[in-house]
Ligand binder design. Structure first.
Ligand code: IMP
Length: 431
């Protein structure tokens, strides 16, 4: 499929990076369409572990065009560190391209993000405090600074000065912080600009040219469906649109160009940050999943909340994204359980039971999970490479998901390493 969108189907951390990395071997372009360094992708190649924050996961395949689209927000300091770090390890960066229309995360965004959270107290969202929300807010308010502004020192100086004339008042009066020094900040930004300049391009043109030439383009979503600004569990969401439709806006091509949408879901569910989570496991099971699955944030190191697979939410993700296939990751983690609950419906406060994701936040907040219990397989499956070798109970688990969600499972992840994957159907060839 020339144009495939790869999207998180839960609350993030589904292992999208690994799936993109696997498919990227046969892709010409890997393009990120939203988010910033709130995302974190861990890729394990032999003895080497790479933790990516901004650069698309395709970067480890030499010759792949790796795009950061206009829908992304970019902290230039973080990007520079990431580029330097990858280069030091011998990674070829010649394919990296950054949209001139992407917005920059500036130091005031980080401060405002962190301090707004503190001010919210118990009501805080649990953001990554990387300045994501405030940067997107400035974009929407049309006062943001863009990547293309790094190309012109005079414009950059002007924009920083204009922004600071407002932000410093906010910092002092609302957040009780010291104002930021214009000259120090401008000089630092100019240093980042120097490093980033060669990578800046008209990425919409590049992606469309690749599509015109029939090349394989993977659109890599960050965060996930339930963190979508419009369709997720607002306000406990991120400030962009991770759903598949976001790829069109965030990369600059029309909806008719998308051929397939691969949803990536864990075989269970995790969530970081605050917000409802109907299928959250009890303390003991949550700890077992966390320990066995290594469920700690790549970016913040925070403990992830863990729970059972939620078919209601997954069907919602299938609907919002128009999923054509599913990749189910970390199936091996469930090998420790003798039986596995799967949430197949929610009981709402009025006593009714629904299989549809509630549109009203109060219903969702108070939803009680209705579980069906499936048999576990209690065997190590991390060395299996062929679906036929999976224990019957594991195959039944996959079949149950396919039937209830109405989407076929194409890929199953059974460990961190690049080769720990079972391919049931060829995603890039699928009709
Ligand atoms: P922000 O994106 O930093 O504004 O955080 C908003 C919400 O999205 C918080 O609940 C974060 O924990 C969550 N979030 C942001 N990025 C990720 C991610 O990559 N994985 C999981 N959760 C994320």
């Amino acid at each position: 499929m020339p144009c495939t969108v790869i999207v998180g189907a839960q609350w993030g951390d589904e292992g999208k990076g690994k799936i993109v990395d696997t498919l990227a071997e046969r892709a010409d372009v890997v393009a990120r369409y939203q988010g910033g360094n709130n995302a974190g992708h861990t890729l394990v190649l032999g003895e080497e572990t790479y933790k990516l924050r901004l650069v698309p996961s395709g970067v480890l395949w030499p010759g792949t065009l790796c795009v950061l689209g206009n829908g992304c927000v970019i902290d230039p300091e973080v990007l520079m560190e990431e580029l330097d770090g990858l280069e030091e390890r011998g990674v070829d960066l010649s394919g990296v391209r950054i949209s001139g229309n992407a917005h920059l995360i500036m130091p005031w965004h980080r401060i405002i993000d962190a301090d707004s959270e503190l001010m919210l107290g118990r009501l805080q969202i649990g953001t990554t405090r990387r300045g994501i929300g405030p940067a997107y807010a400035d974009k929407a308010s049309r006062v943001g600074i863009r990547v293309q502004d790094l190309l012109d020192e005079k414009i950059l100086r002007q924009k920083i000065q204009t922004a600071l004339s407002v932000k410093n008042v906010l910092l002092r009066k609302i957040y009780h912080q010291r104002p930021l020094d214009k000259d120090v900040l401008t000089e630092a930004t100019l240093r980042y600009a120097e490093r980033i300049r060669p990578f800046i391009a008209d990425t919409s043109l590049l992606v469309n040219q690749a599509l015109d030439a029939g090349q394989v383009v993977l659109c890599e979503g960050a965060q996930a469906t339930l963190l979508d600004l419009d369709h997720g569990t607002y306000p406990f969401v991120t400030s962009s649109n991770p759903i598949a439709a976001g790829a069109c806006v965030g990369l600059g091509f029309g909806p008719t160009r998308v051929d397939a949408v691969l949803g990536v879901a864990k075989a269970y569910v995790t969530r970081v940050g605050a917000g409802g989570f109907p299928s959250e496991a009890d303390e003991a099971d949550s700890t077992r999943i966390r320990e066995h699955g290594g469920e700690y944030g790549t970016v913040t190191g925070r403990e992830r909340r863990c729970g059972w697979l939620d078919v209601v939410a997954l069907r919602y993700a299938a609907r919002l994204n128009g999923l054509t296939q599913l990749a189910l990751t970390k199936l091996d983690v469930l090998s420790i359980f003798e039986s596995i609950p799967v949430c197949t419906a929610y009981r709402l406060p009025d006593g009714s039971v629904t299989e549809d994701f509630p549109w009203h936040q109060s219903d969702f907040h108070h939803a009680q999970p209705v579980y069906e219990r499936l048999e576990g397989w209690s065997t190590d499956i991390s060395a299996v490479r062929d679906a036929g070798q999976l224990p019957r109970a594991a195959r039944d688990y996959l079949a149950f998901i396919e039937e209830r969600v109405g989407v076929e499972v194409a890929i199953v992840g059974i460990g961190q390493r690049r080769d720990q994957i079972i391919t049931l159907r060829d995603v890039l060839e699928a009709a």
